[in-house]
Write a protein that binds this ligand. Sequence first.
Ligand code: F6R
Length: 243
Amino acid sequence: MKIIIVKDSKAMGSEAARLIARRMLQNPSLVLGLATGSTPIGTYQHLIRYCEEGLISFKKVKSFNLDEYVELDAKSPLSYVSFMQEQLFSKVDMDEKNWNIPDGNAQDLEKEALDYEEKIKKAGGIDLQLLGIGGNGHIGFNEPGTDFASVTHSTDLTEETIEDNARFFNSKEEVPTKAISMGMRSIMNAKEVLLLASGSSKAKAIKGAVQGPITTDVPASILQLHPNVTFIVDEEAARELRR
Ligand code: F6R
């Protein structure tokens, strides 16, 4: 596990974008696992700029997002499809047929989850998975207690996650209570993992993920067993780490 501690969230975004851009240059057909939320926005902005400047291209890149809310209209500005279009896909040279997000409105969520897992396999697996982390240590929407052997599945969000995500909605009541998410095993199967965290609200989760026991109580702690993982965290998120 490699831990890079940077000054603030701005530095986290540029450091992460440099790592992703390096991988895209090494392999133009990279299979990228992507995340939503506040954390990766700065990284996406740097990648957009690199693309505009002709340094990198998403033409051959395939992407798989970690998760999507269940029963939220895909056209809602708060769906993860809308988020990704707004924050990345519409601003880079990516082919629409190459990005994938689980369909939270599928009639049969179990089938959708199985199909999604199959699509990842068909693409040759994820080369580089980008992750944020929840204040409770969740990755994707794998909340505390999720089985380490889980693959893509539908799941209930915890009260804490609903409260955290209420900042994007008009009220807490509007936050969907279910999501479809890649599982813990789907994430561990990625060849490389890059986890980002900034701010003091992530300090406890980062401490647990990096130096705590490996336990389903802190889902990200499983990453201690991943052979190729980098954490880029800012000083506030790193403040509980024993140096
Ligand atoms: C998003 C995701 C979540 C977030 C996490 C942190 O696709 O899977 O695990 O990464 O909830 O969210 P932010 O970045 O908003 O603090």
